[in-house]
Design a protein around this ligand. Structure first.
Ligand SMILES: Cc1cc2nc3c(=O)[nH]c(=O)nc-3n(C[C@H](O)[C@H](O)[C@H](O)COP(=O)(O)OP(=O)(O)OC[C@H]3O[C@@H](n4cnc5c(N)ncnc54)[C@H](O)[C@@H]3O)c2cc1C
Length: 291
């Protein structure tokens, strides 16, 4: 199918892009095009103006400072996946990106585009949530920071206003004593997750879990944190009973109805299984996880 008729703009600066966005009631940002073009071809999205941000040079850069990784809105998923400097300060990012679609799609798709698209089963929203990340959104009236826990509202729906553009994704670097894991279940390699989990854990020198961050995708209308499962781990030594209790608590967050991929009951089973595995992997990778 072909997309509906639209006006096409290719701004050279963020200022120009936000000004075009302000002038058009129903515009869409074209980043990697891996989700926008299919949704237009299927007539799920019918924007009257397309703003192609691929010629804004400043958006194609990423940098790492002491406390965070700052990823411009045109940085491709594959560039971040292959970056050794990013891997060094936040290894969970590579592990998560390896589950997103297929290599040719990651070579075009951007990190920011996936977050803006906000598919409920996409992996990167769970990554942003588990890492306490945020995005910077620009409009004609200035810039604001949107925390991950405010960004994702519903399947393919974010709290971005119609006149805003994500310019940066910010992900705090991981503590070097943390353990991490991303696991998901899919029917075929490269598919969106039937259920996925991202886990970051830290332990005191005597093996007590003192930081626990868990997020999931594919289990409801948006990616979510699993605070009840996090709470089960906090302040404890993680033996198999505690890990089992946390994975059962995580199961309660499955809100997706039966669909063509899985029943609710199967999703709950998958979630508790991968959550328990991911906690064990994160524990084994953390500096004081296995005393
Ligand atoms: C066959 C196939 C399989 C896939 N499988 C997976 C998968 O398993 N997991 C997964 O997570 N994804 C998957 N994807 C989607 C892929 O990861 C996309 O690249 C990603 O979702 C969107 O990134 P993009 O840069 O291509 O964004 P685009 O397609 O350009 O844009 C997507 C949406 O976000 C908006 N947008 C983009 N950038 C911005 C911005 N800076 N500010 C505001 N709005 C913006 C657009 O207007 C549009 O609405 C798959 C895609 C395909 C084609």
């Amino acid at each position: 199918m072909k997309p509906p008729i639209f006006e096409y703009f290719r701004p050279k600066s963020i200022e120009e892009a936000v000004s075009v966005r302000a002038d058009h009631d129903y515009s869409a940002i074209l980043a990697g095009g891996q989700s926008l073009i299919p949704t237009m071809n299927f007539r799920i999205a019918n924007p009257t103006a397309i703003i192609d941000i691929s010629r804004i040079d400043s958006l194609a850069e990423y940098r790492i400072d002491d406390s965070q990784i700052v990823i411009g809105a045109m940085v491709r998923q594959r560039d971040i996946e292959l970056s050794d400097s990013v891997y060094k300060v936040h290894p969970l990012i590579r592990e998560t990106l390896e589950h997103v679609a297929h290599v040719p799609i990651r070579c075009r798709g951007t990190v920011a585009g996936s977050l803006a698209h906000a598919d409920a089963a996409a992996e990167l929203p769970a990554l942003l949530l588990v890492s306490n990340g945020c995005v910077v959104a620009h409009s004609a009236s200035g810039a604001r920071i949107i925390d991950a826990n405010e960004l994702f509202q519903f399947h393919m729906t974010t709290s971005l206003a119609d006149n805003e553009i994500i310019t940066e994704v910010r992900i705090p670097v991981m503590h070097d004593d943390a353990g991490w894991a991303f696991l998901e279940f899919t029917r075929r390699h490269g598919d969106y997750a039937v259920a996925g989990v991202a886990v970051i854990l830290r332990f005191s020198e005597d093996g007590i879990c003192e930081e626990s961050s868990i997020a999931s995708c594919g289990i409801g209308s948006r990616a979510v944190r699993l605070p009840e499962a996090e709470a089960v781990l906090l302040g404890k030594k993680l033996d198999s009973n505690i890990i089992n209790e946390a994975s059962q608590a995580g199961k309660e967050y499955v809100s997706a109805a039966d669909d063509t991929h899985a029943t609710t009951e199967f999703r709950q089973h998958v979630l508790s299984t991968i959550l328990s595995r991911a906690i064990n992997i994160a524990k084994s990778r953390a500096r004081y996880g296995s005393e």
